[in-house]
Write a protein that binds this ligand. Structure first.
Ligand code: PGA
Length: 249
């Protein structure tokens, strides 16, 4: 059985003080679905988040990690520092990183390998653009992104990894993939993983949906056979809405 995961991607929102306040609100939420809940604040807010989360079941995630151990990489953040702060998960290859910051399938792979080596659990994002969807090549794109991201990952490491399928046209737009479309694409991704790692590993892997998922549509998306959770942007910034997603059932 795959335990559902609901992860909040706070993107470039919430100062350290605001992070602390939102976490206090989230700690008061009753988790009736049993989902694993993760919050991913800005790097500069991770310390405040780690302090606020002490004693809570909510896990801490970062939004990126560099592929070098340390060195001359101005503005980047290494895995050792994230580990030291108590970070457990790290989002890698989000489409905003790909779109605005030159992230490629290759760097996604490098970051994924470094995260795993350091004991961080990657949430690897894949997803097609609107153009690619219109061309009917969604499955080809996401399967290729997945296979490249996982190059060199061992079967043992795969157990710590999560994939998030996030159609680029659905992120922050209010447009959501239909539950059936999300499920079909996620099944294709699972198939690509099966080709490389075998059926058992593919069946154990959690694959999330992301892209305008909220308290209103979470139930229908989560009812799908292969949707194992959500990576939530906008709706994770408001405690009541995130509560609705956490309690999707
Ligand atoms: P959204 O963002 O929920 O605001 O669409 C999702 C994401 O980018 O992870």
């Amino acid at each position: 059985m795959r335990r559902p995961m609901i992860a909040g991607n706070w993107k470039m929102n919430k100062t350290p003080a605001e992070t602390k306040a939102l976490i206090e609100d989230l700690k008061a939420i009753e988790n009736r679905s049993g989902a694993e809940v993760v919050v991913c604040p800005m790097t500069v807010s991770l310390f405040a988040a780690a302090e606020a989360l002490k004693g809570s079941e909510i896990k801490l995630g970062a939004q990126n990690v560099h592929f070098a151990d340390k060195g001359a990489y101005t503005g980047e953040c290494n895995a050792a520092s994230l580990k030291e702060l108590g970070v457990e998960y790290v989002i890698i290859g989000h489409s905003e990183r790909r779109q605005y910051f030159g992230e490629t399938d290759l760097t996604v792979n490098q970051r994924t390998l470094k995260a795993l080596e350091a004991g961080l659990k990657p949430i690897v994002c894949v997803g097609e653009s609107l153009e690619q969807k219109q061309q009917g090549i969604t499955n080809e794109i996401v399967c290729l992104q997945t296979k490249v991201a996982l190059l060199g990952v061992t079967a043992e490491q795969l157990k710590d990894l999560v994939i998030a399928y996030e159609p680029v046209w659905a992120i922050g737009t209010g447009l959501t993939a239909t539950p059936e479309d999300a499920n079909n694409t996620i099944r294709a991704i699972r198939g690509a993983v099966e080709e490389v790692f075998g059926a058992e590993a593919a069946q154990s892997l959690r694959i999330l949906y992301g892209g305008s998922m909220n308290d209103k549509n979470a139930h229908d998306l989560m009812a799908q056979s292969d949707v194992d959770g959500g990576l939530i942007g906008g709706a994770s910034l408001v405690a009541e809405k995130f509560a609705g997603v956490i309690n999707f059932n």
